[in-house]
Design a protein around this ligand. Structure first.
Ligand code: KG4
Ligand code: ZN
Length: 345
């Protein structure tokens, strides 16, 4: 048993990405993701369309993952799947598929919390920064989540702070929409920001107690600012796009870094691991590098394919749970609201 190789097929379908991965222990053999383009037309994820697209994508995506890994279904040790949190209609597709396959192949089923997986993605083999040691602080920043988590062990995590309204990725995307940029606008704001002056337009930072975040006020102040300026000059956005993006990005990064610094002060922990799609942002990457130099932090950023929603991160949690025989029963159901600190993860 000790030297046995465990093959996990993992499935992620919590939002708008249908993803399947095959892992041999903590090593990723394949990680295939079908990104749903349909939502671009609507400027955000449409839940009904997302679940329908998952239904269409899931079989081909799983086939591709098995083929690329060169693994036959019969070799699989277990099926891991995202139980929640996420969109119910989307979660149901992955959950039902995983349950049926585990029943058909007569192998264990392993439920995974999506937020826990974003954090444990750092334990996938072959990350450039290596894996953090316990205890560490994790900051999960994406289109759906913004959390600072104290990670005491693989299955012992405590949320220290989270957003009270919009997620940070939403703040990027909604600001981009105000500027007339297509969805998802985060990467575009980042692109223009890199050539702009971050001090051009000061935006107010919210005053939020403790380690929680709030981004909806920033969005409103950007909206009013743009409305005011375009009333004076209809070409204001076009003429100042880079400076506006740089100013927005600077404000968002300040908000994130202020809370991280506070979390470090409160816990005395200086190992910081980030995850989620916004980890791709050049501003947060630079700020973390500076903090390594100036504050003596040790920072961890997963490879980009493991930052955005992906099944490989579900697979590594599946492997860790398999080792501890944390298996699920066949009557398990998807959970749209699934708290990270809920016991028995
Ligand atoms: O993790 P992810 O793929 O999906 C969610 O779980 O939400 O994150 C997507 C989010 C989007 O809001 C997108 O705009 C943002 O991550 N994002 C970025 C960058 N790349 C992706 N935001 C700012 N700068 C980037 N470079
Ligand atoms: Zn996510």
């Amino acid at each position: 048993m000790k030297n046995e190789t465990i093959y996990i097929l993992a499935i992620e379908s919590s939002c708008d990405d249908t993803s399947a991965a095959v892992l041999s222990n903590k090593k990723v053999l394949s990680n295939i993701t079908a990104t749903q383009k349909i939502h671009e037309e609507y400027g955000g994820v449409v839940p009904e369309l997302a679940s329908r697209a998952h239904q269409q994508n899931i079989v081909p995506v799983v086939h591709q993952a098995l083929n690329k890994a060169n693994i036959d279904k019969k070799q699989l040790s277990a099926i891991a799947f995202t139980r929640g949190p996420g969109l119910m209609g989307s979660l149901l597709v992955g959950t039902s598929f995983a349950k049926s396959l585990s029943l058909g192949l007569n192998i264990p089923l392993i439920e995974v919390n999506h937020m826990q997986a974003h954090i444990l993605a750092h334990f996938i083999e072959g990350q450039q920064d290596g894996a953090p040691e316990f205890p560490f602080l994790a900051m999960t920043i994406s289109g759906g989540h913004t959390q600072i988590v104290l990670v005491k062990d693989f299955f012992d995590m405590e949320i220290l702070g989270e957003t009270l309204d919009d997620a940070v990725g939403e703040a990027f995307d909604k600001s981009a929409k105000i500027l007339g940029l297509p969805y998802p606008g985060g990467p575009l704001v980042d692109k223009y920001a890199q050539e702009g002056n971050p001090k051009a337009f000061p935006f107010p930072k919210p005053k939020v107690e403790g380690l929680n975040f709030s981004f909806s006020g920033l969005k409103t102040s950007i909206l009013y600012f743009i409305q005011r300026e375009t009333a004076k000059n209809p070409d204001f956005v076009q003429e100042n796009l880079k400076d506006i993006c740089a100013s927005i990005q600077k404000t968002i990064i300040h908000i994130l870094m202020d809370k991280l610094k506070k979390a470090v002060e409160e816990t005395g922990i200086t190992q910081i691991a980030i995850g989620g799609g916004v980890s791709a942002n050049s501003g947060i990457r630079n700020a973390l590098k500076m903090a390594e130099k100036n504050r003596g932090w040790q920072t961890f950023i997963p490879r980009f394919e493991y930052c955005t929603d992906n099944a490989a991160m579900i697979g590594v949690v599946g492997y860790l749970k398999y080792q501890q025989h944390k298996f699920s029963e066949q009557d398990i159901s998807a959970k749209a609201r699934y708290m990270l600190s809920q016991k028995k993860l």
